[in-house]
Design a protein around this ligand. Structure first.
Ligand code: PMP
Length: 359
């Protein structure tokens, strides 16, 4: 007889594992389109020479470097094995049985899964008609059981972003005992000056934790490293629950080398933003539904056609991420990859006709 797993895990959905195919254009995982630059690869190789030694317990060297770069005290920074693991650690550290997490839906699908794995309740609050966080409704969803609220800014998968005024208003009204996790995985692609930099909020608000990652703008998704900036008490709590040595020597060395090349990261992010804006303009001009984005992807609210559209693109060599019944998320790739996607999308529209909600 198989050993029975924890009863409440039976109904927890598996996280969606992105498809891959040998020669396909991969626009389904919000990765950076370019490999890490040479200096970063060499730093990883150098770190591998000490691969027989455990890494630093709390990635102290990287914490020191981030503290200097971001002008934040070291006591306010925790490093994790990708920001995914930090989201999980924050739930683990602040929620117990009977507690609840609030998040938007659709948003990053790991939030509700992590909550349920921790045995914690989840309240999901639908995005508004423009695919944005409905912060008023999220406030209404907060109960005495709420311990953590996720605000994904910009939001995965819709690319929409919360602006300064509405975020401050939300934070002012939220009980101070509730931790707000401001997930800024896509921060480097924001070009709307009204979208606040979460780091500016952390200093005066002990209930705000910002999480960021090297996976997107720095092109290190396969290396697994991210960080959290928050009150020292939040950082200590994360340290209590994090898996020891989860951040490898290789990951820390890669992040440090990437930080040594800020201009490279800036230029790469700027190129993605240019391509994103071109992709959005071409899609809307071509009569496809698309949502203005602040991230490295574009959301197409295709509703009932989402799965069909994604299947069609896959048959034409381009993998995009379908959320069946809801929409399709298209990661911004290199110009030629985006052109391959645009041509598949044009063919789809020519054979299937305009989608409901199309411009
Ligand atoms: N937050 C959001 C909103 C994301 O979309 C992702 C990755 N898809 C992450 C966090 C996690 O990124 P990583 O673990 O690679 O740092």
């Amino acid at each position: 007889m198989a050993v029975p797993i924890r009863a409440d895990l039976v109904t927890v959905p598996d996280l969606n594992i992105p498809a891959t195919a040998p020669d396909a254009v991969l626009l389904n995982s919000n990765e950076g389109p370019l490999p890490p630059p040479p200096g970063v690869v060499e730093a990883i190789a150098r770190a591998a020479l000490d691969g027989h030694r455990y890494p630093q317990w709390f990635s102290d060297t990287l914490v020191g470097r981030l503290a200097a770069d971001l002008a934040v005290p070291e006591s306010r920074i925790a490093v994790g094995c990708g920001s995914t693991s930090l989201c999980r650690d924050l739930i683990q550290a602040f929620c117990g049985p009977g507690d609840e997490v609030v998040c938007a839906w659709r948003s990053f699908d790991a939030y509700p899964v992590f909550a349920r794995v921790a045995g914690v309740g989840v309240r999901t609050v639908p995005l508004d008609a423009e695919h944005r966080h409905d912060l008023r409704a999220m406030l209404d969803a907060v109960t005495p059981a709420t311990r953590v609220v996720f605000v994904c800014n910009p939001n995965n998968p819709t690319g929409t972003a919360v602006r300064r005024r509405e975020l401050l208003d939300f934070l002012d009204r939220l009980p101070e005992r509730v931790l707000v996790v401001l997930d800024e995985a896509y921060r480097e692609f924001v070009d709307d000056p009204e979208v606040p930099d979460g780091l500016g909020l952390v200093r005066d608000r002990p209930n705000v934790a910002v999480v960021r990652t090297f996976s997107k703008a720095y092109g290190l998704a396969g290396v697994r490293i991210g960080y959290c900036v928050a009150a020292p008490s939040v950082v200590s709590a994360v340290h209590k629950v994090s898996v020891p040595f989860a951040v490898s020597r290789l990951a820390q060395a890669a992040a440090l080398a990437a930080l040594d090349r800020p201009e490279e990261a800036r230029q790469r992010a700027a190129a993605v933003v240019r391509e994103r804006n071109r992709l959005y303009a071409r899609l809307t001009r071509g009569g496809h539904p698309a949502t203005p984005s602040q991230a490295n992807f574009v959301w197409m609210p295709l509703a009932g056609r989402a799965a069909d559209f994604a299947d069609f693109c896959a048959r034409h060599g381009v993998l995009v991420r379908a959320f069946p019944g809801d929409g399709v998320r298209v990661t911004v790739g290199l110009p030629e990859e985006n052109d391959a996607f645009l041509s598949a999308a044009a063919r789809y529209r020519a054979q299937a006709g305009p989608a409901e909600g199309a411009a």
